[in-house]
Design a protein around this ligand. Structure first.
Ligand SMILES: NC(=O)c1ccc[n+]([C@@H]2O[C@H](COP(=O)([O-])OP(=O)(O)OC[C@H]3O[C@@H](n4cnc5c(N)ncnc54)[C@H](O)[C@@H]3O)[C@@H](O)[C@H]2O)c1
Length: 313
C-alpha cells in the first residue's frame, strides 16, 4: 500500500515532483507517461529509483492494473496548453477529461489512496477581484480551462460518491528548470529564458501589462506532497497553489534582462484568444489546511531557472 504514482512524471512539473518525493523518503516512484511532451531525460539522475510505464491515460485497460493498491497518486498527465486546446481541441479533451476520468476510475477500482490532481488557475478566467479565492465562481475562457475544471469536479464527485480521497490544486503559472521552451505553446517564462540566452527578442501577446502569479516549481512539488498528507477533511476540496504575488510580463522580461545585464526590447503582437488578463492566488486556504509555505521568491526562482537554462540549453 506504499507505492507512489505520478502520472505525467516525465514532464516539467511531474519530474520535479518525482525528485521531491524521492528526497522526501519515497523508496521508489512509479511514473505513467506517454512521452507526449515529457522526456525520460527529465528523470535522468533518478532513473534507477523510478518504475517508468510508457502508457497513455486514455487507455484504461493499459493503466488500470498499475493503480492496484497504490498508496498515493499524483495526477499531472495532461496536454497543458490554452492555445493548443483552441487549435486542437480533440486530443486536449481526450487526455484532459477522458484521461482524468480513467485515472480516477483506476484509482477507485484499484483501492488506491489519495489522488492529488493538478488543476489550473485558468479555471477562474477573468475576475474583477484579485487575489482569486476558491469561493469565486469559475469562468473558463478556453477548452483547456474548462477541461481542467471538469477534472476538479470529477475529483470532487469521486470523493463524494465513491469515497476516493481527492485534493485538487489549482496551479498558477509554474516556472523553473526543465520547462520545455521548444514549442510556441510553451510556458511564457521558458520562452523568455530561451530568448534571453540567445539575445533575441521575445514576442509578447498583448501589451505586456497582463499579470501572473509565477510560482516556482519546487514550491508546487512541496505543496503536492503536503496535500497528499493533509487530514481527510480536505478530501474533495480545491485549493489555490500559487505564490500569492503578481508580476506583469513587461516587469518579468525587464527583471530577467537586468539579471543578465542586457537590454532587449520585446516584440508586441495581438492578444491571444483564451488568455486571462490578471492572475493572482489567495493562498490563505492552502496555508491553513495544507501547510503551504512557499520557500522561493519570484527573484530566487528566476535566478535558479536562468542558471539551469544557461547550463543545460
Ligand atoms: N505549467 C503550468 O504553469 C501549469 C499551470 C496549471 C496547471 N498545470 C498542470 O500541471 C500538469 C503538468 O504540467 P506541465 O507544465 O508539467 O506540463 P508537461 O507537458 O511538461 O507535462 C505533462 C506530462 O503529461 C504527459 N501526458 C500528456 N498526455 C498524456 C496521456 N494521454 N497519457 C499519459 N501521459 C500524458 C506528457 O508526456 C508530459 O510528460 C498538467 O496537468 C497541467 O495541466 C500546469
Amino acid at each position: 500500500m506504499n507505492q507512489t504514482i505520478v502520472t505525467g512524471g516525465a514532464g516539467f512539473i511531474g519530474s520535479a515532483l518525482v525528485r521531491a518525493l524521492l528526497a522526501d523518503g519515497a523508496p521508489r516512484v512509479s511514473v505513467i507517461d506517454n512521452l507526449n511532451s515529457g522526456k525520460l531525460a527529465n528523470l535522468e539522475e533518478v532513473r534507477d529509483r523510478v518504475d517508468f510505464h510508457q502508457a497513455d491515460i486514455r487507455d484504461y485497460p493499459a493503466i488500470a492494473p498499475l493503480f492496484q493498491d497504490a498508496g498515493r497518486v499524483f495526477h499531472l498527465a495532461a496536454i497543458p496548453s490554452v492555445p493548443r486546446s483552441i487549435t486542437e481541441p480533440v486530443p486536449s479533451h481526450e487526455s484532459n477529461i477522458d484521461g482524468t476520468f480513467n485515472v480516477l476510475r483506476a484509482a477507485c477500482e484499484g483501492r488506491a489512496g489519495r489522488v492529488v490532481y493538478a488543476a489550473s488557475s485558468s479555471a477562474y478566467g477573468d475576475t474583477e477581484v484579485l487575489p482569486k479565492t476558491e469561493a469565486m465562481s469559475p469562468n473558463p475562457l478556453s477548452p483547456y480551462a474548462l477541461q481542467k475544471l471538469v477534472g476538479e469536479y470529477y475529483a470532487s464527485v469521486f470523493s463524494k460518491c465513491y469515497g476516493l480521497e481527492t485534493v485538487s490544486l489549482r496551479f498558477f503559472n509554474v516556472f523553473g528548470p526543465r520547462q520545455d521552451p521548444s514549442s510556441p505553446y510553451s510556458g511564457v517564462l521558458s520562452l523568455f529564458m530561451k530568448h534571453l540566452l540567445a539575445r533575441t527578442q521575445p514576442t509578447i501577446f498583448g501589451d505586456g501589462e497582463q499579470s501572473r502569479d509565477f510560482t516556482y516549481v519546487e514550491d508546487v512539488a512541496a505543496l503536492c506532497i503536503k496535500a497528499a498528507r493533509a487530514p481527510a477533511t480536505v478530501s474533495g476540496r480545491v485549493y489555490n497553489a500559487g505564490n500569492g504575488g503578481r508580476f506583469t510580463l513587461n516587469q518579468t522580461w525587464s527583471a530577467l534582462c537586468a539579471l543578465d545585464g542586457v537590454s532587449i526590447h520585446p516584440i508586441f503582437a495581438g492578444p491571444r484568444a483564451g488568455d486571462v488578463r490578471h492572475s493572482q492566488a489567495d493562498t490563505a486556504a492552502a496555508v491553513r489546511d495544507l501547510g503551504h509555505a512557499p520557500q522561493f521568491t519570484f527573484e530566487d526562482g528566476l535566478r535558479r531557472t536562468l542558471e539551469w537554462y544557461r547550463a543545460n540549453c
